[in-house]
Design a protein around this ligand. Sequence first.
Ligand SMILES: [Fe+2]
Ligand SMILES: [Fe+2]
Length: 387
Amino acid sequence: MRVLLYGGGFNPPHLGHLAALERAREVLHPDLTLVIPDGEPPHKPFPKGSPDTDERLVLSQLNFGDLPQTEISDLALRRDGPCYMIDTVDLLRRRFPTDELVLLVGSDMLLSFGSWFRSAELLRECTLAALCRGEGEIDAISAQARTLEARGGKVILLDHDPVEISSSRLRAMLPERMGKAYLKDEVYREIIRLRLYGAKPELSWLREQVITMLDPKRVPHVLGCEETARSLALRWDLDPEAAAEAGILHDMTKRWSAEEQLAYCEKMGIELDEGERQNPQLFHARTGAVAAREFFGAPEEICDAIRWHTTGKPIMSSFEKLLYLADMIEPNRSFPGVEKLRELAYLDLNLAMATALEQSVKSLRKRNMDVYKDTLDAYSWYRAYGK
Ligand SMILES: [Fe+2]
Ligand SMILES: [Fe+2]
């Protein structure tokens, strides 16, 4: 049996890794493929902020797990101390005593093979399959292959046109809301859900995800809220991308039925008071704040703004006020006084809050609806502030 071994940091695993492995499998026809994420690499500890062992295993499973006859091995990951390939191979020999082990390596790794820990033993135990990009490096790679073969090794060269990306570049891109194009969808979703590597979602991706959760009639409102939140953030010196993210997410659970909202509250331990229970309009702010974190890893600032976007409260942060107002004045809203409120939102946030809350209280009373206590408290607070 031929067993293909593919080890690496996979921090994170990306489409370049996947393409390399698919190319190797296409040529080598292994009976089994083992993807082996490294533990702490010998010469290069993982950068700060890297995911923990379990999370890295999950990312590799998501990236490679769909390939047939492929296992993701935690053999190297769970071992303490430095992680050398020969140690992993020693362990694998217990399971595969007489099988052919083929070690997939990049061309740079083949060139530096002589400096690998116990490289002579590794050469005896494994066939080396080296990916090389043809022209440019083929001469050096071929020469190295001949050298290793002269030492009794077996080397297979695989031509491969690599995806131009690296894990380190991705780690730099993810906090800048970039990099999604180089990651499998499932991997990207998991990275965002846990905000690994300090990742922030690409807004076009987040928009697509949230739109599938919305009533189609609500989509223009949400997009309007995103744009207004961004514009208010620019005016008030807040983070426009975070504001846009809050705008996209703020009504993400609005479509859920009252039963679904209550079931989610139960599941996530969201405690509603009596006033909230009697007012299903308020549920989505409570569930949305928690779902934004659970589904998309939204940070506290955004979750808090979603939490208060329907009722308001006294002493809101600027970011909370911004979302409250964006929700109320986005371009699709029309009610008497909205133009005045739009102007105020760019002139004085607190005065705008007082005016918006007054509008909200009046409109609820006109429709004979209860005004929730937080809204009344907020109204008293900002009305006093405005005087
Ligand atoms: Fe809402
Ligand atoms: Fe809304």
